[in-house]
Ligand binder design. Structure first.
Ligand code: SF4
Length: 205
């Protein structure tokens, strides 16, 4: 048995958005909904409530459990399209694209499918509900390596309970944990300013 903590695939997206958000959710068990997460939950409920079916010769499988023994990963795919050995995961997002976060999550799903089914999974797709667009994602060597590095960093968070400093930038106003996190007082720049002021002037800010 692997004594190291198993990493949830969803944590990869949280870490890619903000490492502090990932630690708050996955180490400290903090959760709070905002309009973005409520929309996301509704969208996933719609996907999850659908049945497996066949479309144009392809099997469309919903809510498929995923795992990777080698990476210590577990999670679920919204949809996996399968035609023979052609396996194509699809992730549903209610909003718009935020950097590589969804690509990394989807790539982690592909790594699990490759290990589970012993097939190559070269690409998948993300459906963005905001623009109502399906975007193809190719799982390059670099994207795969980024997933593995992030999984290692998340596992380190789980083992140490380390809470990173707040990023305190444009991500915070969209963040579901804004009121739990207090990004201003917990940011690195605030900590440095406070340290300098105590060291130089010997007083609190
Ligand atoms: S409020 Fe900002 S720093 Fe805090 S978890 Fe969210 S994105 Fe990260």
């Amino acid at each position: 048995m692997n004594p190291e903590p198993v990493v949830a695939i969803s944590a990869i997206e949280h870490f890619a958005y903000c490492p502090r958000q990932c630690a708050l959710i996955h180490c400290d068990g903090v959760w709070s909904d905002n309009p973005h997460t409520v929309r996301g939950t509704r969208a996933h409920r719609r996907v999850d409530s659908g049945k497996h079916r066949t479309e144009r010769g392809k099997r469309v499988l919903r809510g498929i459990p995923l795992w990777s023994e080698s990476l210590g990963l577990t999670g679920r795919a919204d949809v996996v399209e399968a035609k023979g050995e052609d396996i194509h995961p699809v992730e549903y997002k209610s909003g718009t694209r935020h950097g590589l976060a969804a690509d990394l999550q989807l790539c982690a799903q592909a790594l699990c499918l490759e290990e589970m089914l012993d097939v190559d999974v070269p690409c998948g797709s993300v459906w963005y509900g905001g623009p109502r667009r399906r975007v193809e994602v190719w799982f390059t060597a670099s994207l795969r390596q980024q997933v593995k590095s992030i999984v290692a960093e998340i596992r380190d968070q789980l083992l140490t309970g380390r809470l990173p400093a707040a990023v305190n930038d444009g991500r915070c106003k969209e963040c579901q944990l804004f009121h739990h996190c207090l990004p201003g007082p917990t940011s690195m720049s605030h900590r440095i300013e406070r340290y300098m002021s105590e060291a130089v002037f010997g007083c609190d800010t």
